[in-house]
Design a protein around this ligand. Structure first.
Ligand code: FES
Length: 354
């Protein structure tokens, strides 16, 4: 079933830090199956703001089995949705897409996980850590969490609570780059040098983890991934999620027309139904679909989240940018609809393909 929006009611809105809130959604009995999730997945929230359909993805921070479905929203200067979120209150109705994302830690078995997070990139890590520690009694979680200052540490209470509850299985290291801590090792950025020092001091053991999850801004992810590989971690065990909460592209996106792109007749297949629309040269597919009254699944519109993943089953097309599909997927013909530029007069995109 393709991702879809439902209207959920806010049960609670809590201030997390000076510039972030946690939103808790009620999940009624009849919506429980739709909103079942794997730790690490995200929700896309949607609102009409000044007449525009604005969507933003926020990772789920509540653990599996929680009564409510919670996300953390960090305020971003000029961020239309994050502004809107700060004004939400309990009882408000919000359009919420069913959980998506492949930055996941399925629960079951015994694992040793390393979680590397920066800023609001900690949000999925809170769900992963809590779900793993609660659901896998023989697993351990080591987390390194970078912030500028203490008052920007999201989910501080929840993390402290985990430390108290799982003293022998949860190890948490805070790293701050604008606030001196007692231990010099914990000052600075979570960059390659810091990770190497943490490994040398025995606080992390990159070759030994079943998986290493990395979430934060693009430069941090790149530096941490390279450092983990250099420190002996198997590349196949690295999982990362680009976190660009403003919804801005993680790198400058020229949005120029792809070479050889053409206007095209587009057929899309969603939940077994086929619809067709025209896509003019130079337009984006999700915009063309919306103009023709067709709802296709998308969230970030920047190639990061893969909510719009579909298979090109007819014609030719290329993507402007791709930060989420793996090489095997592009080899198999999967594309990101939000980035597609047709190169033949007719293309077909199948959103039901797996
Ligand atoms: S909508 Fe996020 S990658 Fe296309």
């Amino acid at each position: 079933m393709a991702p879809r929006f439902h209207e959920l009611t806010l049960a609670d809105v809590r201030s997390e830090t000076v510039d972030s809130v946690a939103l808790s959604f009620e999940i009624s009995e009849d919506m429980k199956d739709n909103y079942a999730f794997t730790p690490g997945q995200y929700l896309t929230l949607r609102a009409e703001i000044n007449g525009e359909d604005v969507r933003r993805s926020y990772s789920i921070c509540s653990p599996v089995g929680s009564e409510t479905l919670d996300v953390g929203v960090k305020w971003i200067e000029g961020g239309r949705f994050s502004d809107h979120a700060q004004r939400l209150k309990p009882g408000d109705k919000v359009q919420v897409m069913t959980p998506q994302g492949r930055f996941t830690a399925p629960i079951g078995g015994a694992h040793d996980y390393l979680l590397l997070a920066a800023g609001s990139g900690v949000t999925p890590m809170v769900s992963i850590a809590t779900s793993v520690l609660e659901g896998e009694p023989d697993s351990t979680v080591t987390m390194c969490y970078a912030n500028r200052t203490t008052d920007r540490v999201m989910f501080r209470e929840a993390l402290d609570d985990l430390k108290d509850r799982y003293m022998t299985r949860f190890r948490l290291t805070h790293v701050m780059d604008e606030e001196a801590q007692d231990v010099e090792l914990f000052n600075g950025r979570l960059d390659a040098e810091k990770l190497e020092t943490l490994a040398t001091r025995g606080l992390i053991h990159p070759p030994s983890y079943h998986a290493i999850y990395i979430c934060g801004p693009q430069p941090m992810i790149e530096a941490a991934s390279e450092a983990m590989k250099a420190l002996g971690a198997d590349e196949g065990k690295l999982k990362f999620e680009l976190f660009t909460p403003s919804g801005a592209p993680p790198v400058a996106s020229s949005r120029t027309i792809a070479k050889d792109a053409v206007g095209a007749q587009v057929e899309v297949i969603v939940d077994g139904a086929s619809r067709k629309f025209e896509m003019a040269l130079g337009t984006m597919l999700v915009d063309a679909a919306t103009r023709s009254g067709l709802e296709i699944p998308y969230s970030c519109a920047n190639g990061m989240c893969a909510t719009c993943r579909c298979k090109l089953t007819k014609g030719e097309a290329e993507m402007l940018q791709n930060f989420s599909l793996e090489p095997w997927e592009t080899d198999a013909g999967f594309v990101l609809a939000c980035q597609v530029q047709p190169k033949s007069a007719a293309i077909t995109l199948d959103f039901d393909a797996v």
